[in-house]
Design a protein around this ligand. Structure first.
Ligand SMILES: [Zn+2]
Ligand SMILES: [Zn+2]
Length: 150
């Protein structure tokens, strides 16, 4: 059975016997009905640098939009600092106010992506999927823009 791109989560997967995606558990032959056709998933990790073109429409732009996602809660960050191998009570207090300082990248994923002012209003970038394991945020981008952005 060949590896296939799942039409729902855009990961390259080996479908199960029931033709389901092992990652998102949806039927692999069921293509989504919305306007996602022709789009592909672009993963943004901390070191991803994108070309200065709008991720939505491809026009050159210096403007950026912020996307952020939280991988845990303030309380979890607090307790993880308290119950480490070497507890860090001061860090735990900091975690309640600025968790990203206490637990770093694992708490807040902040990505800036180029987005022109027109798309910002009419067609804003949204987060499609989050990979908490490798701290990546996935957005949907027109396939033909992928090569230009990277
Ligand atoms: Zn899937
Ligand atoms: Zn645009």
């Amino acid at each position: 059975m060949p590896v296939q791109k799942c039409p729902h989560c855009y990961r390259n997967v080996l479908p199960t016997k029931e033709r389901k995606c092992p990652s998102c558990r949806q039927l692999i032959d069921n293509s989504p009905m919305d306007a996602r056709a022709g789009k592909d998933l672009l993963w943004l990790s901390r070191n991803t640098r994108l070309a200065p073109i709008c991720v939505q429409c491809g026009v050159p732009t210096e403007e950026k939009i912020k996307l952020q996602e939280f991988s845990t809660t303030r309380m979890k960050a607090f307790f993880s600092c308290l119950f480490r191998f070497r507890p860090q009570p001061i860090l735990a207090v900091i975690a309640l106010f600025r968790p990203e300082l206490a637990v770093g990248e694992g708490y807040r994923m902040l990505r800036k992506v180029p987005c022109c002012s027109r798309c910002r209003k009419s067609n804003p970038v949204t987060i499609h999927s989050v990979d908490h394991h490798s701290f990546r945020i996935g957005i949907l981008v027109q396939e033909e823009l992928l090569d230009q952005l990277k």
